[in-house]
Ligand binder design. Structure first.
Ligand code: FAD
Length: 317
């Protein structure tokens, strides 16, 4: 079933989670053991992130360095299919522009269609590690907007090869990313909102937000979207602060601000076990308010760990 249909048919706030593929060579069991403890809260969907290749250098016998491309967390499409099979839940594989030609994207969409996977999250993706700016593939999509257009074209039975005979249409539900604190490359909030509106007008069915720790930022973002005529469901993304390192990591990786009072309390914690408890308390308070305000779903970035998310889910659902 399409995520947007589930959301539109639900009368209460739903629960969804996001997992990351294991490192290459690790077993899929690590994903199952992160998901199993959360299944009793009936997630409507499980997102599976997509990770770009990284470059590594190896010294050759002649002393020169050779550059290798390695995808450290492969398997998004396979994991999505495995989750559908094992849990009978809607998987939402992420699709990114980076590293893909349009042809490869089309082939991935065809695979997903054959697997009866109905939902995707369409993203530009991050730049390759150590590259300052995002660089699209020569024959690839440059922005999420172009990827959405490609998926919509396939939904209309239009393949890249216009002469394709007997082309059968796909029927993907398309989620996209939104940024309560603006995307870090956007010059200002208005520009960011304009891009988001274009993504929705192009065919995005719903929005999942970047993680945030101050609900006021989410409510302002939601209002801005509505003022811009964006009417699709907006799902807040929740991440639990769990270690002192997060004070630096979360702003640098996700461009999310941590409120002063949360930061102060984290600094007062004597160890990471205390930070974890504080993070759970903070997320419970955040989720209670979001639920009271009627958000359609709470989406948890589990990062492969279930303990904190489970504690929050116990308090909220
Ligand atoms: P876009 O919407 O394309 O925007 C990127 C930037 O370009 C913005 O600054 C925007 O203003 C600008 N822009 C967009 N369109 C145009 C245009 N037509 N002309 C000019 N400027 C434009 N990353 C991964 O690598 N893998 C994942 O699995 C993943 N999952 C994510 C899930 C969620 C819910 C979120 C919020 C983020 C996720 N990310 C993931 C991170 C995401 O890929 C990055 O934030 C990336 O930098 C932007 O992706 P986007 O889809 O928002 O890009």
């Amino acid at each position: 079933m399409k995520v947007v249909d589930i959301l539109n048919q639900s009368e209460s706030t739903q629960f969804s989670i996001e997992v990351i593929p294991p490192l290459k060579g690790e077993s899929i069991e690590s994903i199952y053991s992160a998901i199993d403890p959360l299944m009793e809260f009936n997630p409507i969907s499980i997102n599976v992130t997509y990770h770009r290749e990284e470059y590594e250098y190896k010294k050759m016998p002649d002393g020169l360095l050779k550059r290798y491309s390695v995808r450290k967390r492969p398997g998004t499409v396979g994991i999505a299919a495995a989750l559908k099979y094992r849990y009978k839940v809607e998987p939402v594989p992420h699709l990114i522009c980076g590293g893909f030609s349009r042809e490869e994207t089309e082939n991935a969409l065809i695979d997903l269609n054959y697997l009866d996977i109905k939902n995707v999250l369409a993203l530009r993706g991050d730049s390759v590690k150590n590259e300052k700016y995002f660089v699209p593939e020569p024959e690839g999509n440059s922005y999420a907007l172009e990827l959405i257009r490609q998926i919509v074209q396939l939904n209309n039975g239009q393949y890249l090869n216009e002469d394709q005979k007997n082309a059968s249409p796909s029927d993907f539900c398309i989620g996209v990313a939104g940024y309560p604190e603006k995307h870090f490359e956007s010059p200002n909030l208005e520009y960011d909102m304009d891009i988001l509106k274009q993504k929705v007008d192009a065919g995005a069915d719903y929005i999942v937000t970047q993680l945030f720790f101050d609900n006021a930022k989410f409510f302002e973002f939601e209002q801005r979207c509505r003022d811009y005529g964006i009417t699709v469901p907006i799902i807040p993304g929740i991440k639990l602060v769990a270690t002192k390192k997060h004070l630096k990591l979360l702003p640098s990786m996700f461009h999310a601000t941590l409120p002063e009072d949360l930061t102060r309390e984290v600094l007062k914690c004597k160890d990471n076990a205390a930070v974890r408890e504080l993070g759970i308390e903070w997320a419970v308070a955040q989720c209670r308010e979001l639920k009271e305000r009627g958000v359609p779903c709470l989406h948890f970035y589990t990062m492969g760990r279930s303990y904190g998310t489970r504690r929050v889910a116990e308090a909220i659902f």
